[in-house]
Structures are given as C-alpha cells and as structure tokens.
Design a protein around this ligand. Structure first.
Ligand SMILES: Nc1ncnc2c1ncn2[C@@H]1O[C@H](COP(=O)(O)OP(=O)(O)O)[C@@H](O)[C@H]1O
Ligand SMILES: [Mg+2]
Length: 242
C-alpha cells in the first residue's frame, strides 16, 4: 500500500474508470469489448493487467491512454475527464503526460532509432538537437547506446521493443502504459526493462500500467488485475503467478 493517508482521495489516484463500456462495431454486429469496467490505479504503483487473449486488456489501456474513445462511463486520468476534452486537447494531454508502449511497437521505419525516441520531446517543443541527445541517454539506459543511428528495420524484435520503451519514457511522463513490454525480450533484457519500469514507478506522482502474460514480470507488480470477457474479475496484491 503506497497511500500516505488512511483515506483514498482523488489525489492518490492516477486512473479512475467507472462503468466503462466500449463496443466495437464489426459489420452490423456490436461486440462488447469492455463491459462496465471499474478500475483504479494509484500514483506510485506498478499495476499489472493480465488475462487471456481477447479479454480486453489492450482496449482498456487504450481507453485509459486516451487513444480510444468509449461509449459509456467515465475515465478520469490525473483529475482530467477524458471525454470532456476535444481530440486536440486529448492529443496535447497525451503527449505531455502519457508514455505508451504498443504491442506491435509502432516505430517509424524512415527515422533512425534516436529520432524515433526523440519524437515525444519534439512534440513537447524541445529543440531537435537537444531531443536527440536526450534520446541517446535513454537508449543507453535500455542497452542500445550503440544503435542510435540504426534504422528500426535493422534491429531484432527485442531491440525494437526496447526502442519503443525508450520512446515511452523519454519525456518523463506521469503515466507509462505498456502493452506486453517483455514479449520479445530474453530474460536478461526483460528483467532489465522491468527494473527500469519499477524504478520509474517509485515516483509518488507517477503510475505504471503493464499488460502482460509473462509470469516472470508478476513479481514486479504492486497489484495485479485479472481481466476476462471485458471485465476485471480479480485484483490481487500477492506477488505470485495468477
Ligand atoms: N478494432 C477492433 N475491431 C473489432 N474488434 C476488436 C478490435 N480490437 C479488438 N477487438 C476485439 O475486442 C476483444 C478485446 O480485444 P483486446 O482488447 O485486443 O484484447 P486483449 O488485449 O486482451 O487480447 C477481442 O475479442 C478482439 O477481437
Ligand atoms: Mg492485447
């Protein structure tokens, strides 16, 4: 428990989701991907979301990160109501406050590794030269200091995943959201990445959300939420495999 007081106030909460409903429309069929999800993430914690494929994990973190709109309910991120913002406001909010590691990495192949990592800094107004220097420092931290001028296409899946993680943390966001961040990593690199993420989560104002199937990662969690059929079915604080 990282709460400083006895009562939980909005101050301690990075994420408050209440009754979130998200439907995908495929043809003339509606698919209920999030079925009244209630979910909270505290500041200073590393929350893992686990559960079978198709249970709604990526959908939930995409809603939380403001990437995906939802139909019903309320999602409040650091006291900001996502559905009360315009798309432009949401983009600016995300650029400043959120780092997101996509399951498929989503690196830009025409940019170098360092230029990919520098993107969030440039969006936030940093000079290109300074942004590239800062990107190089973070790339060093994830073990890719010698690949800054490479194209993402020249890297292995595991190296690309580390570039994606560097890009998500380079601008020091308040919230870091990672979709299966160790799926392409061997145990040494997976452990190194989780140690970096865990360190970042120790900041009292930051929150980390990590979607994973990887049981090697569970011991890094403060809490583990388990999803099934578009719902959170269990939250555990035990650092054991679920
Ligand atoms: N863009 C989409 N259009 C239609 N259905 C989708 C889309 N994205 C996800 N789904 C469906 O929603 C459900 C939840 O998907 P997802 O959130 O990706 O689950 P998970 O990340 O747990 O594997 C799945 O049944 C998936 O097929
Ligand atoms: Mg997924």
């Amino acid at each position: 428990m990282c709460l400083k007081g006895n009562t939980m106030t909005a101050k301690n909460l990075a994420v408050i989701c209440e009754g979130i409903i998200k439907r995908y429309v495929v043809g003339n069929q509606d698919f209920l991907a999030l079925n009244k999800v209630n979910f909270e993430v505290r500041t200073g914690e590393l929350m893992i979301i686990s559960g079978p494929s198709g249970s709604g994990k990526t959908t939930l973190i995409s809603v939380i990160a403001g990437i995906l709109n939802y139909e019903e309910g309320e999602c409040i991120i650091y006291d900001t109501h996502l559905n009360k913002m315009t798309e432009t406001e949401k983009l600016a909010f995300r650029a400043k406050n959120i780092g997101f590691v996509f399951q498929q990495f989503n690196l830009i192949p025409t940019l170098t590794v360092a230029e990919n990592v520098a993107i969030p800094l440039i969006i936030n107004g940093m000079e290109r030269h300074e942004a590239n220097e800062k990107a190089a420092i973070v790339l060093e931290k994830v073990g890719l200091g010698n690949r800054i001028n490479s194209s993402p296409r020249e890297l292995s899946g595991g190296q690309q995943q580390r570039v994606a993680i560097a890009r998500a943390i380079v601008h020091n966001p308040k919230m870091i959201v990672c979709d299966e961040p160790t799926s392409a990593l061997d145990s040494v690199n997976g452990h190194n990445i989780m140690t970096i993420l865990k360190d970042l989560s120790q900041d009292d104002s930051r929150a980390l959300i990590v979607v994973t199937h990887d049981s090697r990662v569970f011991s890094f969690a403060d809490r583990i939420a388990e999803m099934e059929d578009g719902k959170i079915i269990k939250i555990s604080t035990q650092k054991v495999s679920i």
